[in-house]
Design a protein around this ligand. Structure first.
Ligand code: SF4
Length: 342
């Protein structure tokens, strides 16, 4: 079937799909998984590779050009390279993964051979003590090795995603720029967001895009914006030194107006916004007699009715606090960011 374009109620096309392939993670980052215990998605409810491939083929026909695998930690899913190969064979323009990097060195050559086109590593600090405090685990070196391995495997400028939190790691912006330059990666500074497990979020902990730019300017000179952002979350800049970096200003300058992303959770729940309270259950359909046309029509209908602009609505609030309480998160794992896929 030829590819079509499917636009929502605000004329935003469906172009990108983030697929969370597991809700499990080996880390326990304080802004994502602060609790001691979690209710995991039952194994039998996780979509199989065949089911993910089928959905990917269907959304490709609806206009999706880019797929990103997320988690939890996607490299915890066994035989992930096989899934990458299946998706690569469908012919997306971009097939990416966001990972915490700890298992990346072991997988990176196979991922590249399987058809993965780009890699993003989440890394919030370069200091081992802080890493342990934030993630409640050890192993910073493994993440750093993973980034170096991605460069060595031929991934062009892997991205490093850093959530900047006041009083925790905002003194590492320059260190992160310098580390990224040294290894051949591109850093992206993310404003601390009030979603999912960020139950201790407070507006005063957010280091804004503006403040990040001011600090970078004072140190390195004027960062010049790069044109051609399109619908990408990251706004990219170039320093007088030639180094490039990005800022994802979801909290103070949301970009909902151009948002072309949908999210598929590991158990087949389909969400049209990071902030959506509810999603559509595609697993039941996949495991019924429904045809590809039935599933395509359902997804197209959901997208056409989409009016989401979750981050913009949050910005309109007079007083802002975490989106969900711990009790709400415990009662519905789909509200969790490690389930939703960030
Ligand atoms: S808040 Fe929702 S609509 Fe806005 S950019 Fe994020 S996912 Fe898109």
């Amino acid at each position: 079937m030829p590819r079509m374009s499917t636009s929502d109620a605000h004329s935003r096309p469906l172009r990108k799909l983030r697929i969370s392939i597991t809700d499990r993670c080996n880390l326990r980052c304080a802004y994502c998984m602060p609790a001691e215990e979690y209710r995991w998605l039952p194994k039998q409810e996780l979509l199989s590779f065949e089911e993910i491939e089928r959905l990917a083929r269907i959304v490709r026909e609806l206009g999706v050009r880019e797929v990103r695998l997320t988690g939890g930690e996607p490299l915890l899913r066994r035989d992930v390279e096989e899934l990458v190969m299946r998706l690569a064979n469908l012919g997306f323009d971009k097939l990416a993964m966001t990972t915490n990097g700890m298992f990346l060195a072991d997988h990176v050559d196979e991922l590249r051979a399987a058809g993965m086109t780009s890699v993003t590593v989440s890394l919030d600090t370069l200091r081992p003590g802080r890493f342990e405090r934030l993630t409640r685990r050890t192993g910073l070196d493994r993440t750093l090795d993973g980034i170096r391995a991605a460069v060595a495997a031929g991934f062009e400028r892997p991205k490093i995603n850093t959530v900047v939190m006041r009083g925790f790691n905002d003194d590492e912006i320059f260190d992160m720029l310098e580390f990224a330059h040294e290894v051949g990666a591109e850093p992206r500074f993310i404003e601390y967001m009030d979603v999912g497990g960020a139950t201790d979020w407070s507006a005063s902990d957010v280091v804004s895009r503006r403040e990040i730019l001011e600090r970078v300017h004072a140190r390195y000179g004027t960062p010049e914006p790069l044109v051609g952002r399109g619908a990408a979350p990251a706004e990219r800049f170039e320093l007088p030194t030639g180094q490039r970096f990005g800022i994802i200003a979801s909290t103070t300058m949301p970009f909902c107006g151009a948002c072309d992303r949908a999210r598929l959770v590991a158990d087949g729940r389909f969400f049209t916004c990071l902030y959506s309270r509810s999603g559509v259950d595609l697993r039941s359909l996949l495991r019924s007699e429904a045809t590809d046309d039935d599933i395509r029509d359902l997804i197209a209908g959901v997208w056409r009715e989409r009016t989401d602009r979750g981050a913009e609505k949050r910005l309109e609030l007079a007083a802002r606090s975490p989106l969900a309480s711990r009790a709400e998160l415990a009662s519905d794992p789909h509200l969790e960011m490690h389930t939703r896929g960030g």
